[in-house]
Design a protein around this ligand. Structure first.
Ligand code: X5A
Ligand code: ZN
Length: 503
């Protein structure tokens, strides 16, 4: 690998006229920076400038299969019949005029996010292909045409500072002005699971600004709901620290920006639902003492052993001060959780709280890694559609989904598209809840340790009765969370055993 010479210095000289942070650190990549980035990227196959789409070079089915072939058993290849069905539904809807003129769903995306990639590890799982694959599928299935495109924009510095410290912003700007990949790698390694390249700052600013723009379009009624296909993701990015592939906390910034703009005219209750398989500790932190935002996260925890391995991800962290009760953690202490486990938690715990809270706007930190090998859960694309659907009756349907994690390209694309279909007003795909269903049977995570063969006591889903068998850890978590929150949310108190009526 030949890396571009950096003239002995690492910093890109800032040419006059480029945007500056107040302390003189360059904000945007200068032309020079862009050239350097392109040069550095030459090592990883950057396409000629005249290609039609800037991400064409990222569409590499072979590499994708190779990198992401860790699919669950039973994961069918993308099925052309399904495609035909979706197109047919759209066409039928068009002729009846049901969807034709009604662009109720906003969609925001920006291609330059693909310039944010890892310079030293081309197999890094937070890859631009997560975006390009999903967008391709949206085009193939003609879903994108049915959405109202929302113009992406950079967040302003002031907006980013609603969540992050000026020192952190300056630090990110200074790291991303480095051009030597070795230096970028060195600086990135000071954070937990983060990479920076020279284009990271621009992508992060635009991801955050696009989330704000979409949230505002939804809140003000320009569109009914929306989907933000952005990266880098955000929910691990803390006030002063990048973390877990996240640079700026897009969803938290959007919530704070809307509150700043609309609180005076009555915006008081925002619900943030985080269904990424990881706990969004940074979003929790951003609103921990803020009663205007209810943060609810369902995540794999394993008693603190699952990343980000924080005790604050547990259910006893319920918010503090005025924010007490407005933080709801649903930590799950096992692998292999499935649709039915999530549904039970939604129906018995999350939905009662959400309906009682009665938000005016719903922001979803929509990661799809509870459907991929990294998460070791097996949420189906339809389960994501169902969760979207269940939120649809809140806040007059004002909801946006913002991409967070998800590392199986197929799981992200299928699941995100299912959510978008639901946002567009189509019914969610049905769930197969019965354990004897071959098709949807959950074989647990793709890890050899939890094979389902033995017919032993452990496979609590093996019984073929028509009742829904839950993972015991889901039941335990339900009890614990309800225990902690039932005094906060009267609708949960209804779950306590009611004495039998004596006649
Ligand atoms: C956004 C997201 C996960 C980071 C995992 C690090 N981050 N091991 O899913
Ligand atoms: Zn995640």
């Amino acid at each position: 690998m030949v890396h571009p010479s950096s003239d002995g210095g690492d910093n890109v000289t800032n040419s006059s006229g480029s945007p500056q942070l107040t302390d003189g650190v360059p904000l945007a990549a200068t032309n020079e920076g862009a050239d350097n980035a392109a040069a550095a990227a030459a090592d990883v196959d950057v396409p000629p400038a005249d290609e039609i789409r800037p991400y064409d070079h990222l569409i590499n089915e072979e590499a994708d299969t190779d990198l992401f072939n860790k699919t669950f058993p039973g994961d069918a290849a993308i099925d052309d019949d399904d495609d035909a069905d979706i197109k047919a539904t759209a066409a039928a809807a068009d002729t009846t005029g049901k969807h034709a003129a009604d662009k109720r769903t906003g969609f925001v995306h920006f291609d330059s996010n693909v310039d944010h990639f890892c310079l030293w590890d081309e197999k890094y799982e937070e890859t631009p292909r997560r975006y390009s694959r999903t967008l391709e599928r949206m085009k193939e299935l003609e879903l994108i045409d049915r959405c109202q495109l929302i113009e992406p924009r950079r967040a302003t510095e002031a907006e980013v500072l609603l969540v992050h410290t000026p020192e952190y912003l300056a630090k990110v700007a200074s790291i991303t002005s480095l051009i030597d990949p070795a230096r970028l790698e060195e600086e990135s390694s000071k954070f937990d699971a983060v990479y920076f390249n020279p284009n990271t700052l621009e992508a992060a600013f635009t991801a955050a600004g696009s989330a704000i723009e979409l949230a505002e379009a939804v809140y003000t009624g320009q569109v009914r709901n929306g989907f933000a296909l952005v990266r880098p993701p955000g929910h691990h990015a803390m006030a002063a620290e990048a973390c877990g592939y996240c640079v700026f906390n897009n969803v938290a910034i959007a919530a704070k920006a809307l509150l700043q703009k609309f609180e005076a005219s009555g915006l008081q209750r925002i619900l943030i639902v985080d269904w990424d398989v990881h706990h969004g500790q940074a979003t929790q932190q951003a609103f921990y003492n803020d009663p205007r935002v209810l943060y609810a996260s369902i995540h794999r925890y394993e008693l603190g052993a699952f990343w980000p391995e924080l005790i604050e991800s547990n259910y006893n962290f319920t918010g503090e001060g005025a924010g007490r009760r407005y933080n709801v953690n649903v930590p799950l202490n096992d692998t292999g959780l499935c649709d039915s486990d999530y549904l039970a938690i939604w129906h018995n715990l999350l939905l009662p709280i959400f309906y009682e809270y009665n938000p005016q706007l719903v922001l979803v930190s929509a990661g799809y890694d509870a459907g991929d090998p990294l998460g070791e859960y097996c949420l189906s694309p339809n389960a994501y559609g169902q969760m979207t659907h269940m939120l649809g009756a809140l806040a007059n349907g004002r909801m946006i989904l913002t991409l967070e994690g998800g590392y199986s390209l197929k799981a992200i694309a299928d699941s995100a598209l299912e959510c978008i279909k639901v946002l567009l007003g189509e019914p969610p795909g049905a769930l197969s809840l019965f354990n004897d269903s071959e098709e949807k049977k959950c074989d647990g995570p793709a890890s050899p340790a939890s094979s389902t063969d033995s017919g032993g006591n452990e496979n609590i889903r093996s019984n073929s009765s028509s009742s829904i068998q839950l993972n015991e850890c889901a039941i335990e978590t339900l009890r614990n969370v309800i225990g902690y929150h039932s005094s906060h949310w009267p609708s949960l108190a209804l779950n306590v055993d009611i004495p039998e009526t004596k006649l």
